[in-house]
Write a protein that binds this ligand. Sequence first.
Ligand code: ATP
Ligand code: MG
Length: 563
Amino acid sequence: MKKRLLIVDDETRIRHMLAKRLEPKSYTVVEAESGQQAIKIIQSQAIDLVLLDQNMPEMDGLTTFEKIKNLTEPTVPVIMLTAHGSIKLVLTFLKAGGTDFEEKPIDFDILHIKIERALRASEKLGQEIKHRKDAEISLKKAHDTLEKRVLVRTAALAKTNKKLQSQIAATQKAEKTVQLKDEQLRQAQKMESIGRLAGGIAHDFNNILTAIIGYCDFLRNDLSPDNPQHEDVCEINKAAERATALTQQLLAFSRRQSLQPEIFDLNAIVKDLHQMLRNLISKNIRILLDLTAKSNPVKVDKTQMEQVILNLALNARDSMPSGGELSISVKTTEISTAEAADHLDLSPGCYVLLEISDSGKGIDEETQSHIFEPFFTTKAPGKGTGLGLSTVYGIVKQSDGHIAVVSSPDKGTKFTIFLPCQAETSSKTVPEQTIESLDGTETILFVEDEESVRNVAKRILEDYGYTVILANGATEAQTVLAKQKNPVHLLITDLVLPKISGPELAKQLSKTYKNMKVLYVSGYSHELLLEKTQGIESAFVQKPFIRLNLARRVREVLDQPKQ
Ligand SMILES: Nc1ncnc2c1ncn2[C@@H]1O[C@H](COP(=O)(O)OP(=O)(O)OP(=O)(O)O)[C@@H](O)[C@H]1O
Ligand SMILES: [Mg+2]
């Protein structure tokens, strides 16, 4: 493409002459007669080079150059046409960025060389600028892409990080749950084995106590009240009664005590106990009751439940020697699957919650793992037996409930008891049977593997007029019965016997001796009897039996029509 030259000169003659000489050299020539016109042309069309006359009337060459310098990018090359000897002007022009100059009179060959050189330099500069711009654009693009990538990567990383963190949290939670469950399981197994041990001891003690109390009774009856030994026997009897109470607590813990559960409103039980608690607990402890207006029916043994509340309240009292607050609340609540999962043996469902909390000294973690064990106490010797909470534990468990404790040192303690909700029903009252006389003339077979218990029972029953035959187990029972000429009216048997159990024996004998009635005795609970008789209600006497109890129960059974 032809290069376009702009000739700026006020003298038409010179412009034409220049045009005439330059056009043949393959340039397109554009003319301007003043600086102003030159500016307009440059603003409206592409010009590759300017030949600029210095001496023009309105705006000289230097001023025009200053104006057009900023109009193009890169600056269009300008060759100044000057009068001979104007060195100072030329210097100013070149310093200001002018490309070249040619003195008049013009030597066309030299001017042509200068034009070509200027055009090449300008073209090169243009290319360089273009390259630079292209490079800048690519750089910016690369930068933008990089920035975008960084953004995308950062977002992805943040997402991964978040996912990882929630995975870590989930794993930690799962580990904690497993740990908690392990701990709860260990605790439950420990309680179970201590329970078995305590139950076993209590059972054997009950046999021994039956003998002690029985013989005490015989002695006391034989001694006149003013005999000095009468008092000693009474003391032995008192000690045996204390031992019975202790054994009873052990049985409670091992969930083998005899309970008589009925439906009660837990609110009412707490309300009834309030005055008693007020009397037992010093005035510097505030007692707050929070009971719902609606009743909260539960199936419990009332006396045992009172024992539970009392034990917990007294522990709370002991933890606040300088005063504080004891709160007792009862409410019904639905336990969700998630909440139940926090406890080892709690299934989701409806529960009546009994919460007993204090603002006392609290229990540290290590102590907490022992509090339900029998004989564990932190109280001074003689101040506590350590049987309070184990009794509570046993009673709650035996009532199909659950107990939980939340406590930390100096933050107080809260015990929560969960008892399964019950449909509201009025509790039945069993009319007391009135018995005129406890004496009898019937024949009784007493089967028991403990000799001392057998002998005590024989003496008690013979005192009331019965004929008593003894056997140490099922085999001997069969033998003595076979020898017996007169009818045997009642079989009294221990629930647990070696080889054949009491209920088994009763079942075998009932085939031959259809009219013989049955009464069970045991150092264990009524529940165990139900277990052994597959839920069939049977007459039962708890060991250690005292004379009157045994005699009354025997008379009751004998007087009942045979079912
Ligand atoms: N509310 C409580 N605040 C602080 N510690 C308690 C609380 N309840 C129980 N403990 C701790 O648990 C231990 C065992 O309690 P538990 O009721 O079985 O026995 P005890 O109170 O020591 O004796 P006892 O009940 O036979 O008088 C207490 O010795 C005490 O350390
Ligand atoms: Mg206690």
